[in-house]
Design a protein around this ligand. Sequence first.
Ligand SMILES: *[C@@H]1O[C@H](CO)[C@@H](O)[C@H](O)[C@H]1NC(C)=O
Ligand SMILES: *[C@@H]1O[C@H](CO)[C@@H](O)[C@H](O)[C@H]1NC(C)=O
Ligand SMILES: *[C@@H]1O[C@H](CO)[C@@H](O)[C@H](O)[C@H]1NC(C)=O
Ligand SMILES: *[C@@H]1O[C@H](CO)[C@@H](O)[C@H](O)[C@H]1NC(C)=O
Length: 531
Amino acid sequence: MSTVATATAYFEEQLSEQQIRQRVPNVPEKKMIPLFNKRKTSSRSFYSIRNLLFILIFITFIFILYSSLSLSPLLRFLDPYSYVLVLDAGSTGTRIHVYKFRSTIDNENGDTFVLKNEIFEERKPGLSSFADRVFQAEEQIDELLQIADKEVSRFKHRSTPLVLRATAGLRLISETKQKLLLESVSNTFKKYGFYRPKMDIAIMNETEEGIDAWLTLVYLKGEQFYGSRIAALDLGGGSTQITYNPALSNTSLAEKLNLLLKVQQPIEPEQINAFRDPSNKNKKQMPKIDVDQAGLEEIKPVKHIKQQDMSNNEKNLTEEEIVMSHMHQFRMFRRDIKLYSRSYLGYGLMIARQTIFINETNNKQLVDSHQLHSRCFVNGITGKFKFQDITWTVQAHEDINSDERFYSCMSTIDHYVSLNVQPAVGLDQMSIYVFSYFYDIANDAGLLSTDDDPSSVKTMPIRVLKQTAKNICRGSTTASEEHPFLCFDLTYIYSLLTRGYGLSEDVEIHICKKIQQFEVAWSLGLALKLL
Ligand SMILES: *[C@@H]1O[C@H](CO)[C@@H](O)[C@H](O)[C@H]1NC(C)=O
Ligand SMILES: *[C@@H]1O[C@H](CO)[C@@H](O)[C@H](O)[C@H]1NC(C)=O
Ligand SMILES: *[C@@H]1O[C@H](CO)[C@@H](O)[C@H](O)[C@H]1NC(C)=O
Ligand SMILES: *[C@@H]1O[C@H](CO)[C@@H](O)[C@H](O)[C@H]1NC(C)=O
């Protein structure tokens, strides 16, 4: 059924009024001249007052017309900024991002958008907790939209896209309640008159999350989308995502992949070259946005492989068949972008802790009372964590020698990782950027610089994760007292990268949270698609 890797649409039908979003407005300015002429010919005051009124009404009319067609050259001159509003309805809160871009028109390159700033506000709790009090959901969205309303000048409303994406939390409530909640969001949206693109309110799929986070990274690094060797590795609570373009690697698979992709889609010659040419000539230049081409509903799998076939036989498929079945393509900036993007459900940090600890404890009574034991715990340390409304208490297995703890922990984790996670072909030739929980774990372990600047990107070989994990698991630092899960968490990300994706310890990774002061997350990538 679901072969299109985009979010589920609930409100696809659009008022035709909302679709007015012209780039080249056609304002009948010339009509003004005959009016002024007429006024001169009239000598009587009755007529001049009447005409004055008429002119006033006409000017107001022109102004309103201008307001609705806000990209008219005059207004573009007055306010050269473009705005995009993204609402992120997460499980713990709803956030609004107001992105402000400076657009410049360049006849050679088309429009270029530079991100000037971002306004970010959060309201708690998450939308899903209003499942039975829909009016409170409306209030929350209304409060957030008021912030946007203040930031975006009124005459820009009609051309400012507004979207909401719900993630984890909302997927867990019943479909009827989801619909009610999203309908109430839609009602609130109507009040503000922002531009509502197709699929403006939707529940997001992890694959879309992975791709949009990749777009964010590439944009913030100032690279071209079609030729970027950036790999984006995200680690959430419930799933982990990996996104990159393996066709840019020099593996034999890349050659096959390029051939397969070429055969499947007739592409103009210029685009084939672009796709196959990884050299990045204009590093400093911000990506070009093709306003006519960028769209929301265009991500689709490159090749259809039926879902049932995939889950049953994946181990029997050839390497390129597996990679091909996770290639996604969409059009952006006049180019076809093709990416391998994959989400492993059950491999987020919190769910991995839960699954592995329960399996290790292997005792129904203890599990029922939410008491767990793990090899990855330093003796005498107790930790608590919450996942999906259950708070688990975790302690060490008594019988593990501290020198063996890391290896014992690693083999348990390796076993779990190797059940599903597949090697990422050509990943070692990419620039690997890891963020979200990857960053938090490295930060807890003291691996990031102490100057506490979240805007700096820290680069290190994967080996460092292992060395640090060994020390922490042995209990030779006090790190576990402050962060009881650190022995597990560090070993888990080490295992995911090496045992899971098949990277060698010498490969370098870039650990980041922000780049140029902007958060590495999917919301900016989504905004870029809406410009
Ligand atoms: C997202 O959608 C795509 C296409 O429908 C599908 O292949 C993929 O499995 C979905 N991802 C998740 C995590 O559900
Ligand atoms: C492929 O990349 C690897 C790693 O960067 C390099 O060692 C090797 O020489 C490259 N091979 C070719 C044929 O370019
Ligand atoms: C994979 O292929 C082998 C033989 O090539 C076959 O015996 C096995 O049943 C297949 N596994 C699945 C899951 O289809
Ligand atoms: C749980 O542990 C057993 C062996 O102790 C192993 O066979 C099984 O695959 C493990 N399950 C998971 C999900 O790790």
